[in-house]
Design a protein around this ligand. Structure first.
Ligand code: PLP
Length: 470
């Protein structure tokens, strides 16, 4: 038997309180560190609010998810969904782990190329792909999934102009039992539309169909929906191979696995309502193995976004004020609002304190700093009495926030990553005035004459009051 390490004795105060409907105490623990890095030190160095990502959590989660699928089916690739979080450092971790890049715009495509991803490791999706970007993608051998008849025509004319045949995939939509159906993307498989699109591609001397794609939605809580999706895609692939002599290299299943976040209005907590990833892997691989013979296994691609990154991200914010509202309820104002936490529209995020706080818990609302009535960050959270300077650690916030955040009223804050060795690296600095006004021009006739010829500048982080047309 191995000897246990010595742990210094400590006294822990027992705090009892009311139970919630799941038999759990309302009393919350506290979090003063992330992977060993002190939250207090991170805030004193990078300011508040601050987004904190854990490199270890990203890698551990990716490896767990990859293992669940690759141990059941031999030909699996994951492709990092850039829109979920396209900070360079985050994408780089996923690419180091072996993920392709899944992009939905020329901007995202350029970002992936800039990070060293070759075109052949980029999947280019989305309902609008400018002709110029299609030319680049075809030239660099990217996997391009076409979304509509118009895009088929556009891709054909780009390939004709280039004088070479282009490999393309086709995005499909279908009923998998998940509603609302995302029918606005791709071509419908339940009618003849998808088949008509295949006929059109087949007639073209400039296009070659090599892949099928579909993304059935997001935060899909029923793994069986993926079995339905896959079964329909496999049946369609077999028709294409038999009747059109097509050779389909990949079935791209899109994304959609849920993270352990709490949807607004959900009765059960995520620990209970969100199925483990193994259930998705089991449903998907069982369908593949049942309907395909070993020699016919295509590459199966997943563009998983939120399930891989959400829980690796935290937002630390500071209480700046508290108020009792006329109905008697408690509210707090923090320095981070819905400008930073877009996902507070549909999640009730978990809130932790940065230190133990004594006192009776009360149902509270957390408002952001924006002078806008919509700025409600978390509703109905039970909190002990807090005062200015207390910090809240809000999570999971790793998915869709640092891409959908807005520079609205306030600057966007720094983003840091706690590295696997416990050091903290800044991966995006806080915005300052110059970042924003450097895109603006003031026509001469609108210029304030008091500004003179030069522009006032206030040094680092200082105030630049305008900018003149050069
Ligand atoms: C085409 C496509 N792939 C992947 C994703 C990522 O989805 P999720 O974050 O739900 O895994 C999305 C998100 O909408 C998408 O549109």
């Amino acid at each position: 038997m191995s000897k246990k390490p010595y742990v210094k004795p400590f006294i822990k105060k027992q705090v009892s309180g009311r139970m919630n409907k799941f038999g759990c105490s309302y009393h919350m623990g506290y979090r003063d560190e992330i992977d060993g890095a002190s939250i207090k030190e991170i805030v004193s160095r990078y300011g508040s609010p601050v987004f904190i990502f854990s490199e270890r959590a990203i890698r551990d989660r990716y490896r767990e998810v990859y293992r669940e699928f690759s141990s059941r089916y031999p030909r699996v690739r994951f492709s990092w969904s850039y829109k979920t979080n396209y900070l360079d450092a985050i994408c780089s971790v996923f690419h180091q782990e072996g993920e392709l890049a899944e992009v939905v715009s020329d901007f995202e495509y350029q970002k992936a190329r800039r990070l060293g991803m070759p075109g052949s490791e980029i999947i280019y999706n989305g309902p609008f792909k400018p002709a110029e970007s299609l030319r680049t993608a075809f030239g660099e051998g990217a996997m391009v999934n076409l979304d509509s008849f118009d895009e088929i025509y556009k891709a054909e004319s780009v390939a004709r102009e280039m004088g070479r045949r282009a490999n393309v995939g086709l995005r499909l939509n279908m009923d998998t039992g998940i509603h609302p159906q995302w029918t606005r993307f791709g071509l419908n498989l339940d009618t003849t539309v998808a088949l008509d699109a295949v006929k059109r591609i087949h007639q073209s001397q400039w296009l070659n169909l090599t892949g099928l794609h579909s993304h059935i939605g997001t935060f899909i809580l029923d793994p069986k929906a993926y079995s339905v999706q896959l079964r329909k895609m496999i049946d369609f692939m077999k028709v294409l191979e038999k009747d059109f002599d097509a050779s389909i290299d990949y079935l791209d299943m899109g994304g959609g696995f849920p993270s352990r976040n709490k949807l607004k209005g959900a009765y059960l907590p995520p620990e209970v309502s969100v199925p483990p990833i193994s259930e998705y892997a089991e449903a998907i691989s069982a369908t593949l193995l049942r309907h395909l013979a070993p020699g016919e296994y295509p590459m199966v691609i997943f563009e998983t976004g939120r399930a891989l990154i959400d829980e690796a991200g935290y937002l630390v914010a500071t209480i700046e004020g508290s108020k009792r509202l006329p109905d008697g309820s408690r509210s707090y104002i923090i320095d981070a609002g819905v400008n930073l936490l877009y996902t507070s529209n549909w999640y009730n995020h978990r809130v932790e304190l940065d230190r133990p706080v004594e006192g009776a818990y009360e149902n509270s609302t957390i408002f952001g700093p924006l002078c806008m009535n919509i700025d409600v960050v978390v509703e109905n959270v039970s909190l002990p009495p807090l005062s200015r300077g207390h910090r809240l650690v809000i999570s999971p916030v790793g998915a869709y926030n640092v891409t959908q955040w807005m520079q609205f009223i306030r600057y966007r804050p720094a983003v840091v990553m706690v590295m696997e060795d416990g050091t903290v690296e800044q991966i995006r600095r806080a915005e300052q005035l110059e970042d924003i006004v450097s895109l603006e021009f003031v026509p001469d006739r609108l210029r304030n004459p008091k500004l003179g010829d030069g522009l006032p500048s206030g040094g680092a982080g200082g105030s630049t009051l305008g900018r003149v047309n050069e």
